[in-house]
Design a binder for this molecule. Structure first.
Ligand code: ZN
Ligand code: ZN
Length: 297
């Protein structure tokens, strides 16, 4: 069985309204795209910061700009008008653990995807509030990023730790794709496992699942999240895997799953996490050949 749990029903533009995108017709487009790619288990995980309730957690200017919708209307729509699992992508904000817990526990999510997009007020993947403009070294930003991933896992607030090396967003390991060093979009040199170590330890010790996401292939990094070595360390530590595309439009549902499945197979990963009512079980991936018609694996 294949899953796609980290899905957004709309693009990240602030103009993409709930009224336009939270519709049964739009949900059906995602379901159809998934069916074409042999993905049976589907859930949506809208960004928490697009809901007014998020402002009780954090008051970042980006959140104030985006927090326009009602979280309970979203939950009611997914439950009442779609056959999708109900999830949410919630940022870990250090110090706001109780406030995050209150928002999450008051709703009947099937799973919660936990993300780190910000280090304090600076985003690792957004130009407007970029942490890369802070003057800090790539080494310092990477170290703080993976320490925060560990904290995210240990908080116990989330079921899946999303795109766990998002910090590489702007930078490529391929010297032919240097990214944009003018904006500080750089990565440390050498073996990166020294950065991954605390994060993997945090995820393993807290019993969380790690996300394998194909979204990184569509970003400047041009790699799966997480990198091969990070995932190999997760496998060694016994961390279960949740597979997602982080699609923001139906065309990207299950995007590049052939690449992800190749990586999972190479590392001996044969099962994926399936969630319901925040309970997790493992299902065999199975010998699917239905990823994309015509794709050789
Ligand atoms: Zn994210
Ligand atoms: Zn996302």
């Amino acid at each position: 069985m294949l899953t796609d749990y980290h899905l957004h029903l709309r693009p990240d533009d602030v103009e993409a309204t709930a009224a336009e995108f939270f519709t049964p017709t739009n949900a059906a487009r995602y379901r159809d795209a998934a069916a074409e790619r042999g993905i049976a288990e589907l859930g949506v995980s809208e960004h928490i910061y697009r809901f007014a309730q998020a402002l009780g957690i954090w008051q970042h200017p980006l959140w104030r700009e985006y927090a326009r919708d009602d979280l309970d209307e979203y939950c009611g729509f997914v439950r009442g008008q779609t056959d999708l699992r109900l999830g949410i992508e919630a940022d870990f904000i250090p110090g706001a653990e109780d406030r995050i817990a209150n928002v999450l526990e008051a709703r009947d999510f099937d799973y919660v995807v936990g993300s780190v997009h910000f280090l304090r007020d600076g985003a690792v993947d957004d130009h407007e509030y970029s942490v890369w403009d802070s003057g800090r070294s790539a080494e310092d930003i990477w170290r703080r990023y993976f320490d925060t991933i560990a904290e995210t896992a240990r908080s116990g607030l989330f079921d899946i730790i999303a795109h766990p090396d998002l910090v590489k967003y702007w930078s490529s390991a391929d010297p032919a794709r240097p990214g944009d060093p003018a904006h500080g979009h750089r990565r440390p040199h050498g073996d990166l496992r020294r950065y991954y170590e605390p994060a993997v330890e945090g995820i393993a010790e807290s019993g969380r699942a790690v996300e394998v996401s194909t979204a990184g292939l569509r970003k400047p990094a041009g790699e799966l999240y997480p990198a091969h070595d990070f995932l190999a360390m997760c496998v060694d530590a016994g961390v279960p895997v949740a597979l997602s595309s982080d699609a923001h439009r139906p065309e990207d549902v299950g995007a590049d799953y052939d690449r992800a499945l190749e990586q999972l197979a190479e590392l001996g990963i044969e099962e994926l996490c399936v969630f319901s009512g925040r309970e997790r079980r493992l299902e065999p991936i199975g010998g699917t050949s239905a990823v994309e018609p015509g794709v050789q694996r």
